[in-house]
Design a protein around this ligand. Sequence first.
Ligand SMILES: NC(=O)c1ccc[n+]([C@@H]2O[C@H](COP(=O)([O-])OP(=O)(O)OC[C@H]3O[C@@H](n4cnc5c(N)ncnc54)[C@H](O)[C@@H]3O)[C@@H](O)[C@H]2O)c1
Length: 493
Amino acid sequence: MTAQTQQHPRESTVVEAAPKQLLIGGKWRPADGDRTYDVEDPSTGRALCPVADATAADGIAALDAATAAQHDWARHPARERGEILRRAYETMISRQDDLALLMTLEMGKPLAEARGEIAYAAEFFRWFAEEAVRIGGDYAVAPNGSGRFLVMHQPVGPALLITPWNFPLAMGTRKIGPAIAAGCTSVIKPAHQTPLSMLALAEILTEAGLPDGVLNVVTSRSAGTLVEPMIRDGRARKLSFTGSTAVGRTLIEQSADNVLNVSMELGGNAPFLVFDDADLDAAVDGAVQAKMRNIGEACTAANRFYVHRDVADEFSRKLAQRMSAMPVGRGVADGVQVGPLIDATQLGKVADLVGDAVEAGAQVVTGGRRSGGDGHFYEPTVLTDVPAAARMNTEEIFGPVAPIATFTDEDEAVRRANDTEFGLVSYVYTRDLQRSLRVSENLEAGMIGLNQGVVSNPAAPFGGVKQSGLGREGGKVGIDEFLETKYVSIGGM
Ligand SMILES: NC(=O)c1ccc[n+]([C@@H]2O[C@H](COP(=O)([O-])OP(=O)(O)OC[C@H]3O[C@@H](n4cnc5c(N)ncnc54)[C@H](O)[C@@H]3O)[C@@H](O)[C@H]2O)c1
């Protein structure tokens, strides 16, 4: 299928209107030495516009601003912190169309999905607007009756927030929301591929009344050079990172000297289990969501399908029918459901992983090659008979490729599902209640999609076990990542 290349009438308008400078201490300013780099449209491979390319000195200036604002911000009434988030939520919804178009242009996902991400991202602000006023504390009587304790929860201090390109806004609001609610100031560095959505969000927060210096944004093509000095500086007390496990490990090491409080949302390798008693059509629907949402570029994407051997042929056939019918093209084109991959590197990686699996004996049911056009398009692909040795069983594919293997019993399914260093999410399709609970208990994952192909929800604690991360974002515990606990022991009572 040839990729669709239609234009959107407002493309240049929204790109022109987006901020492109750094936000430091409430002022928009160019990077040191006026340095810029070009943001690329992955659906054309062409430059969209230049944005500021921050240096290490800009990073330290942003940290200066966050540190200077911390004292007052921590004492800002929680209700007002929440109201700022609430106003920003409302503006995000009222500007959903323009924000979605900007996101699609820099990231590639279809417009309908970008609109969905804006709604999901905004929901974190609404959720944490409400959590801001519930921080509270405790008062306890010592067990032996002599002495009392006060337990306080206070902002941890200036935070460094680092986000990936695959969900340019949601990964940001999931950190900025609780940081603002908890009373932390922060410096955020979005991925170099997708800075525009984050800059537009910072503008919205400024309009919503966020005081100067509470959120600072630095965009850069050279992440390591910018971030390491900020981590080693010592004034930031928190590092919240979403991205690959490899970079997460490096950042944990860099954080060790100053014993930074770290939260890590890292890579995944989600298994998708289909038992022989599953509602097969529902399983196919869930598989399409878990695999094709965000062009497969999601940490929660189903990476390995294990299907009971009695239903594997039917499942594979139905999944291939659904995936091959999904129109590929520019995310702004009408009806497109599969956009381009983020860049040439990611496209090359997906093609390599498919080549490796086929060489090892996998069968291509549909797809298996690049799609037409100048952008980084790859056809929706279903592979069967994927041998355990194929690299895609251990590496995140991050693309529209569904590898299917079979199992014969529950023990084998769970053992193969857990045979990975990652543990972010697992999907399970079965109609047997006992089995669903037993398997949920035995799967090594921070999240389980039970007869459900999407797990993310702002009201639930998102995060992984094993090498998928440390800490949780969202839910009631999401704000705890930005708080520290102090207890006061009271004598004389
Ligand atoms: N667990 C989650 O919640 C979650 C969510 C989305 C994505 N992810 C993971 O993110 C990865 C895809 O995103 P990516 O390719 O942008 O990941 P990445 O690790 O390459 O980059 C993530 C962020 O870290 C920055 N970065 C890269 N090298 C750095 C360095 N040396 N020092 C400081 N910062 C650095 C990048 O510029 C970007 O902002 C996948 O592994 C995916 O599973 C995880």
